[in-house]
Design a protein. Structure first.
Lengths: 565, 599
């Protein structure tokens, strides 16, 4: 085979000495708040991205100042669980070392900080380390934060599923000591052979990011089919016995490039709990070896499966795992939303789910969310659970402590807002001004957009129906917009593509209905569709299914063919 | 040997003469140089060269100046011209260029010297100032002298250096021609009077002869413009761009001014004198506070103009002086102000925090018989004086433009915004705003003549301005030698003045090193002096390699702290004791390797 020119990042990884690059030198350069181009790719593996305030770019150019660079650091919190003690540490970092003075819950059950100046990165990572938290592999071409249904109601099953998620996350961490050396000032050990340094990943890691989730039916809050690798828990008599394995999901695509498309994962069959690591490693190494390293836009696992074929891929995974898939078990997954308010678990403990709009934990007049969570953390005896819908669960509250916790939540505006069904099921990505990829607003504009949706639903008398609405500033899909019943993906400031037709449960993708339209057009379109839906829907029919049934959009069954077709 | 490498050790010339020769030749083109060399050779051969070195000092009026901002030099120069026109042989020189061994031969010595900060001598006067107080100072029984001291009466040690010179010369036996003249910031009238008085006093001592005029250094330098402080050029502002970020608590402007076809020229290191108009809002506030009519015709000198215009264009409103505080205390009868005006230290503090408008509003003239008419008001107020800004550009790069880095002085008092007069004028300027300017040369702040000489620049805050000019000059000349900048300000993100330009200079290899100190970006404050200490090893090595050291910016604290840090480096790294370290930097200073532009 002739030598093919690989994607630029492949050479960066090869030359990086296991993700070290010149990050240390970059930290020492006090004349700029940025890292070199190459290091900007490598720092992702350490959990953070370089960003700049895009609102200020032109202004600062005139001021003879470089762009206002800052960093977004994302922690690795498998399953989104952290202790009150950890939360207090997380909160203190936000208040003292970031310019945004806020914490943002992500769509992958972790938190991230925005507005970190370069000089504070090391302190933050060391402070996180003191709380037994890290940001290793929170971004980059590696296994990212592993999601797991955080619903503590079925406490035993959840506990078992969470243990698997945690194990997956820890087992598949990069082994390089670059993170410890650069951030924690640990000594550099002599470099040994590749196989010893990174037994699973090797020198060039994966071709692209790799996302995993563990779902506990009937909930599908983790949106399991949107992940590269998914594990849907199968229980017998309340005990975990294994998982239905799914693989090949992913949201990212590029506007105007039909060779790229979002895709939901395929079902591969049932595996036993004790075989989880074998299968996870097998899927990851097949992707490592077969994945496209020439074109990064075609390098996710979903394309590997499409390009090599489902059967061939499955056989290779079984070969590497040394175990065969069993036929998939019947499980029903349903709601992708969270259960807001108090819920009692089977163990008699209480759990309070708080709606956090766009996941932004910040103190504002009348809504002192950050202070509220801090005050709760000071007295809470259970734990905190971040959900994949960017919300927060105060979990494991004894009955006698309920009133105190609720009092604090109400006092600080964490509870008590009137929440429509649709708002409770909807998410948006960060987008402008910090995300370098964003083409349009998302988080900043989304609450206002949902106000319009709420008004339209009220107008047509369909407010009781939850509709999954998701908005992103670009087609990379952080808020999983292609799995939304109403998906809005930014094209340009104020302009979005409108996608319709995904299932409520997250088992079918949506499809573009209108391209590059503005708010007025979007609302007019939805006004008309809601009108029809109110009159023509079948009993219990969700909005996404309705739009497919009546032919507004065609159903996407095979994403490679149907999404653009 | 190249002229720029010439020193007094290697020639029959004195150091002062060498400097003058260098200065003159540096302004000549290759063709001019060739012509001059030929001309001088021919004259020497003919035996007709004016016997400069053998001038009978006893028959010469020697005029020396010690000047930081150029005012002293201007006064001395004007005196020299007047003396020459009356037929005296004159030797005009900067104190820094003067050979102290000549003192014994002098018969008439006229000194103009300013005072800075806490009673300090200007850089070029330091050596002579020290020498006169030292044991080496000779008896000067045959010397007649007069001293004109420049100062600012808002400072505690008003005219201190002038007082020192006066006292020391007297102590050495010299005879005073006139009592010490102490001039405040509006020195012009007093200086003119001194010119006349002192030349009158010299008359019986020295013969005049039109044949023996020696006009060293008074020739109009090539390229010198007709535009001066008193006859400024009316230029146009091109840009007044804020260069601190949105989140900064200070407003620093990059101002570009078009010198058009004025022919004004400057060198990297020079300053620009800026005449400004007072803000009309401020003037209206004063007029209203005093119940005076804007259009009342008043007289300034021989000119008649409306009161408002007089206040806008002619009078100092944004800087108080002690005399005005005292006068106002008496006018208002305010007990608090009266008490305060008796205490020099308190007055000094007070005038830093107040303007005339504050006197008017906070200490109103009460309802008693006191009224202040327009004429009396104008009498109270000093004439407007221009402000000097270190130039932030090089003409090799910007040609007929001149760039300034201006920090807007702003404060709030009792809800009213108060601004520095000139900085507010420049910060509010629009494209096309007229501004009267002149160039104030600063020979004591010049890049080394040898491009190979390493350069260390310490310029926190707007002190970075002349170093931008240095960089432009070096880049235009294609100089790639060692050059190192220390910069500091409160916040990295908001206050890194000209950040992108420094980055570019670094990238291109035009700037070798930069060390930055952002004082408020961490719990403990870090300033340039801390960086200097951190980098002591390298800095000392640079100095050993012959580096020139430049400091620009705040005189009150920064320059002192930096000097202290340098001393500590010399002690800790260089292994010198404190006295030797002081002497080391003293030597650097007299070798012109340690230059300051501080204010």
């Amino acid at each position: 085979m002739s030598e093919q020119k690989l994607a630029l990042n492949e050479y960066l990884k090869t030359d990086s000495d296991y993700l070290r690059g010149t990050i240390k030198e970059g930290l020492d350069s006090s004349v700029t708040g940025s890292f070199s181009d190459g290091d900007q790719q490598l720092i992702k593996f350490h959990g953070f991205y370089q960003q700049d305030d895009r609102d200020l770019r032109n202004e600062r150019k005139e001021q003879k100042l470089e762009p206002l660079y800052s960093f977004m650091l994302r922690a690795r919190v498998p399953g989104g669980i952290c202790s009150p003690q950890q939360w207090l540490g997380v909160d203190k970092i936000a208040s003292t070392l970031t310019s945004s003075n806020s914490i943002r819950l992500t769509t992958r059950q972790t938190f991230q900080y925005h507005g970190i100046p370069k000089r504070n990165l090391k302190t933050i990572i060391q402070d996180l380390d003191r709380e037994a938290l890290d940001s290793i592999a929170a971004c980059g071409d590696v296994n990212r934060n592993v999601m797991c249904n955080p619903n503590p109601v079925e406490s035993k099953l959840h506990e078992q599923a969470y243990a698997v998620a945690k194990q997956l996350s820890d087992h598949l961490l990069p082994h390089t000591r670059a993170y410890a050396e650069i951030w924690l000032d640990e000594e550099k050990l002599l470099t040994t052979e590749d196989e010893t340094v990174e037994p699973v990943y090797g020198k060039t890691y994966l071709p692209r990011k790799f996302k995993m989730a563990v779902a506990v039916p009937p909930d599908n809050d983790v949106d399991v089919y949107t992940n590269d690798l998914g594990f849907i828990a199968v229980a017998e008599n309340g005990e975990l016995v294994g998982f239905n394995l799914t693989a090949g999901g992913g949201m990212g695509s590029t506007h105007g490039e039909v060779e790229t498309f979002p895709r939901l994962a395929d079902d591969f069959g049932f595996i036993k709990t004790e075989d989880v690591m074998k299968f996870a490693e097998a899927v990851m190494t097949v992707q490592r070896d077969w994945g496209n390293r020439v074109n990064r836009k075609r390098s996710r696992l979903k394309y590997t499966i499409v390009d090599h074929g489902y059967e061939k891929f499955k056989a290779e995974v079984e070969l590497r795992a040394g175990v065969k898939f069993e036929p998939k078990r019947e499980v029903v997954i349903g709601d992708r939303g969270d259960r807001y308010g108090w819920v009692e678990g089977v163990d008699g403990k209480w759990h309070l789910t708080l709606f956090i709009e766009s996941g932004r934990i910040k103190d504002l007049p009348g809504q002192t969310l950050q202070t509220g969570l801090r005050e709760i953390a000071k007295i809470h005896k259970g734990d905190f659970r971040m959900t994949s819908n960017q919300n927060m669960i105060i979990a494991g509250v004894a009955a006698e402590d309920k009133a105190t916790i609720e009092g604090l939540a109400r006092k600080h505006g964490l509870l008590g807002q009137v929440l429509t069904q649709t708002r409770g099921h909807s998410i948006a990505c960060v987008a402008l001004p910090t995300c370098p990829l964003a083409m349009a607003e998302a988080e900043r504009y989304f609450p206002e957009f949902i106000d319009h949706i709420d008004a339209l639903q009220a107008k047509h008398g369909i407010s009781e129906q939850a509709i999954v609405v998701r908005m992103t500033g670009c087609p990379n899909g952080c808020a999983r917009p292609f799995a939304a019943e109403i998906g809005l993906v930014g094209k340009a400031p104020g302009r979005y593509n409108l996608y319709l037709g995904a299932s409520f449960e997250g088992t079918r993708l949506n499809k573009m209905h209108r391209e590059n339209i503005q708010e007025a057009d979007i609302l007019a379109e939805l006004d008309a569709l809601f009108g029809r839906y109110a009159v023509e829907r079948d009993a219990g029919e969700t909005f996404g299914n309705f739009t497919v049934r009546v032919g507004v959009v065609k159903a996407v069954i095979d994403a490679a063919k149907d999404f653009h077709g | 040997m190249l002229l720029k490498e010439l020193s007094s050790l290697a020639s029959p010339l004195s150091q002062g003469q060498v400097e003058k020769l260098k200065q003159l030749t540096s302004e000549l083109s290759a063709v001019q140089l060739a012509w001059v060399s030929g001309y001088l050779a021919a004259t020497a051969n003919a035996g007709q060269l004016a016997p400069v070195a053998q001038v009978q000092t006893a028959q010469t009026v020697t005029i020396l100046y010690g000047s930081q901002t150029g005012n002293g030099r201007g006064v001395a120069k004007a005196l020299a011209e007047k003396a020459q026109s009356q037929g005296y042989a004159v030797n005009l020189a900067s104190m820094g260029e003067y050979n102290v061994r000549q003192l014994k031969q002098e018969s008439v010595l006229l000194l103009v010297v300013s005072t800075h900060g806490e009673g300090e001598a200007p850089d070029d006067a330091i050596e002579l100032h020290k020498f006169l107080a030292s044991k080496r100072a000779p008896k000067l029984d045959n010397l007649h002298y007069s001293v004109l001291a420049l100062g600012d009466s808002s400072y505690e040690f008003f005219c201190q250096t002038g007082k020192d010179f006066d006292a020391r010369l007297a102590a050495l036996g010299a005879k005073s021609l006139l009592p010490l003249i102490e001039c405040d910031v509006d020195y012009e009238a007093a200086a003119g009077q001194w010119h006349a008085d002192v030349l009158e006093a010299v008359k019986p001592l020295i013969e005049t002869s039109s044949a023996s005029v020696v006009s060293i250094g008074t020739a109009k330098a090539i390229g010198e413009s007709e535009f001066t402080k008193q006859n400024p050029y009316s230029a146009e502002v091109l840009v007044s761009q804020k260069i601190t970020g949105r989140g900064s608590d200070r407003d620093v402007r990059h101002v570009e001014i078009d010198l058009g076809d004025s022919g004004l020229s400057y060198q990297a290191g020079d300053a620009l004198g800026v005449w400004f108009s007072n803000n009309e809002v401020l003037v209206d506030e004063v007029l209203a506070g005093l119940s005076l009519a804007a259009d009342e015709l008043v007289t300034i000198g021989t000119e008649s103009l409306p009161l408002k215009q007089a206040l806008v264009d002619r009078k100092e409103l944004t800087q108080l002086y002690p005399g005005l505080v005292k006068a106002w205390a008496e006018l208002s009868g305010n007990a608090e102000l009266l008490a305060l005006s008796e205490d020099k230290e308190q007055v000094r503090h007070f005038i830093l925090k107040h303007q005339f408008a504050d006197l008017v509003t906070q200490y109103p003239l009460s309802n008693n018989s006191v009224t202040l008419n327009a004429a009396k008001l104008l009498e109270l107020l000093r004439p407007l004086t221009p402000r000097l800004y270190s130039i932030a550009s090089s003409q090799s790069e910007v040609e007929t433009e001149v760039h300034l880095t201006v920090a807007l002085v702003e404060d709030e008092r009792h809800g009213a915004a108060r601004f520095g007069g000139a900085s507010h004028f420049l910060a509010s300027a629009q494209e096309g705003t007229q501004v009267k300017v002149y160039v104030e040369s600063n020979k004591h702040f010049r890049l080394p003549e040898n491009p190979e000489t390493p350069v260390i620049m310490v310029g926190p805050g707007t002190g970075v301005a002349p170093f931008r000019a240095f960089m432009q000059e070096r880049v235009a000349q294609g100089i790639k030698g060692d050059i190192w900048l220390f910069f500091g300000n409160p916040h990295f993100e908001e206050d890194f003045l000209y950040q992108t330009e420094w980055q570019q200079y670094l990238k291109n290899g035009d700037l070798s090193r930069i060390d930055v100190a952002f004082s408020r970006d961490q719990a403990h404050k870090i300033y340039v002096q801390h960086r200097i200490k951190e980098q002591g090893q390298a800095l000392w090595q640079w100095l050993q390699n012959g580096a020139h050291l430049y400091i620009c910016g705040d005189a009150e604290r920064m320059a002192k702290d930096v000097h202290q840090a340098l001393i500590e480096v010399a002690v800790e790294v260089g292994g010198l004791n404190i006295e030797a370290a002081e002497a080391y930097f003293e030597t650097l200073r007299s070798d012109k390797r340690y230059q300051k532009d501080v204010y």
